[in-house]
Design a binder for this molecule. Structure first.
Ligand SMILES: *[C@@H]1O[C@H](CO)[C@@H](O)[C@H](O)[C@H]1NC(C)=O
Ligand SMILES: *[C@@H]1O[C@H](CO)[C@@H](O)[C@H](O)[C@H]1NC(C)=O
Ligand SMILES: *[C@@H]1O[C@H](CO)[C@@H](O)[C@H](O)[C@H]1NC(C)=O
Ligand SMILES: *[C@@H]1O[C@H](CO)[C@@H](O)[C@H](O)[C@H]1NC(C)=O
Ligand SMILES: *[C@@H]1O[C@H](CO)[C@@H](O)[C@H](O)[C@H]1NC(C)=O
Ligand SMILES: *[C@@H]1O[C@H](CO)[C@@H](O)[C@H](O)[C@H]1NC(C)=O
Ligand SMILES: *[C@@H]1O[C@H](CO)[C@@H](O)[C@H](O)[C@H]1NC(C)=O
Ligand SMILES: *[C@@H]1O[C@H](CO)[C@@H](O)[C@H](O)[C@H]1NC(C)=O
Ligand SMILES: *[C@@H]1O[C@H](CO)[C@@H](O)[C@H](O)[C@H]1NC(C)=O
Ligand SMILES: *[C@@H]1O[C@H](CO)[C@@H](O)[C@H](O)[C@H]1NC(C)=O
Length: 359
């Protein structure tokens, strides 16, 4: 493992996304907990209850969210609205290639504890690991650099494991780095990440003229304007697991220590959101049905139409009451409709739709 002397610059740049309220300095609202485990795929629109697209607009493709930007200074930042208090974050991404572009997937707390995966655009064969405690960026001895093949064109599994005792970075099921709570690098725990963190994913340019020469050098040179859009990172999916199952996390003092964090029990709003029945439009429900069901619905519709016509005719003949009495088989009970319902019931969404119909 190589230690990169210039990594502290990245930390300085990361500071740019300041948190709104520093719990070491003021009384802040509690952090909403994830309180469970879930995998998010980023191939369609975000659930904006759980995720905040703070800067930029991703392009959703079948393989994931494409974070690209046509502006030289353009950046992209996606943040989770939920926090985890120890846990696992597993990201499947392709880094942004090209001089000047930095991609990152990090866990970050309100008092700036941080656990990082970072990719520097000029080297598509490496990923950097790093961590910070309480926003302390005075040293540059904490970064690691790890080889990874074709990080810009292949998805890899970048997993951070985080508990009270240790931090681990895994690439494709291989443990590449471990940091223990109590070791010199963490100042024997003082600078060990230990407060509730949210997930942040970003792509931003470090190689722009307004940056210092050091930054530009570290980023591998200036962003090439002729190559716009210069950034292109794809976020396929993220699995996040919270090791606590409560509703929210409160800082009970200004120490920033894990012992000061109170886990408020209850079901998190994130959990409720995850377990909520997604609302589907009629068109989506229709598209989800197998062809046979479509035929079934047409047949049922035809049966309904026939019944309506029959009723109209009967009414015209002044015999509607008798007709209904003579016809115990209502169109909804037709064979076609039964087939349709059965098939619909067999699919998960259909089951919910069916229940709605029945209510
Ligand atoms: C607390 O906040 C005040 C006002 O923003 C600032 O001047 C001070 O430096 C902060 N203290 C710490 C310890 O961060
Ligand atoms: C997203 O986050 C930004 C920055 O924290 C905040 O100003 C904005 O209100 C958030 N948007 C939503 C929809 O929550
Ligand atoms: C997104 O990916 C998931 C998992 O592969 C898949 O089930 C889902 O159909 C995809 N959605 C879209 C809109 O491509
Ligand atoms: C991402 O978006 C950029 C800009 O629109 C486009 O050139 C590129 O092909 C997209 N990448 C993927 C993988 O779709
Ligand atoms: C990029 O940002 C810097 C300062 O933030 C500004 O001076 C410069 O004009 C911007 N460039 C473009 C192309 O927007
Ligand atoms: C490009 O970046 C700028 C500045 O960060 C942002 O305002 C804009 O929304 C971004 N555009 C896209 C398409 O992400
Ligand atoms: C920040 O880290 C440096 C080097 O590890 C250490 O000397 C310093 O005491 C730390 N500062 C705080 C406030 O913990
Ligand atoms: C990229 O990083 C890997 C792993 O540290 C290293 O072996 C390789 O030489 C680097 N390539 C460049 C272009 O710096
Ligand atoms: C990703 O890596 C982690 C750590 O090795 C592992 O637990 C997880 O199962 C992997 N995910 C997939 C989809 O293989
Ligand atoms: C949390 O949700 C479960 C299952 O929905 C329910 O049984 C339980 O009562 C809820 N707990 C609280 C504190 O609301």
């Amino acid at each position: 493992m190589l230690l990169l002397p210039l990594l502290f610059i990245l930390a300085t740049l990361t500071r740019a996304d300041e948190t709104d309220c520093d719990p070491l300095n003021q009384t802040c609202p509690a952090d909403a907990a994830l309180g469970t485990a879930h995998t998010w795929w980023f191939n369609s629109t975000l659930d904006s209850t759980l995720w905040n697209m703070t800067t930029g607009t991703p392009e959703y493709t079948s393989e994931g969210a494409n974070f690209s930007n046509r502006s030289v200074n353009g950046s992209t930042l996606l943040q989770s609205n939920f926090y985890i208090f120890f846990g696992v974050m597993e990201a499947h991404v392709k880094m942004a290639a090209g001089p000047g572009a930095i991609s990152s997937v990090i866990l970050q707390s309100d008092d700036l504890d941080e656990i990082d995966w970072e990719w520097v655009g000029y080297n598509t064969s490496a990923v950097q690991s790093d961590f910070f405690g309480k926003g302390n960026t005075t040293t540059s001895d904490r970064g690691g650099i790890h080889a990874v093949a074709h990080a810009d064109s292949q998805f890899h599994n970048y997993t951070s494991y985080w508990d009270r005792e240790r931090l681990e970075w895994w690439i494709d099921g291989r443990l590449v780095r471990t940091v223990h709570y109590s070791e010199p690098l963490t100042l024997y725990g003082r600078n060990y990440p230990q407060t509730p963190c949210r997930v942040k994913v970003s792509v931003w340019p470090a190689g722009i003229p307004s940056e210092s020469l050091g930054n530009i050098e570290w980023a591998g040179g200036l962003v090439d304007r002729d190559d716009l859009p210069f950034t292109m990172a794809v976020l396929q999916r993220i699995r996040v697991q919270d090791f606590h199952t409560g509703r929210e996390y409160q800082y009970t003092d200004r120490s920033g220590s894990y012992e000061s964090i109170k886990v408020v029990s209850g079901n998190s709003t994130a959990k409720a959101e995850i377990n909520k029945t997604p609302k589907k439009t009629l068109a989506q429900k229709w598209a989800d049905l197998p062809t046979a069901a479509h035929v079934g619905v047409y047949c049922a519709a035809a049966a309904v139409a026939a019944f309506v016509l029959y009723c109209i005719r009967q009414r015209r003949q002044g015999r509607l009451e008798r007709a209904l009495a003579e016809s115990p088989r209502s169109p909804v009970q037709s064979t076609e409709m039964d087939t349709y319902k059965k098939q619909w019931r067999q699919s998960e969404w259909g089951r919910r739709g069916y229940q709605n119909v029945e209510q």
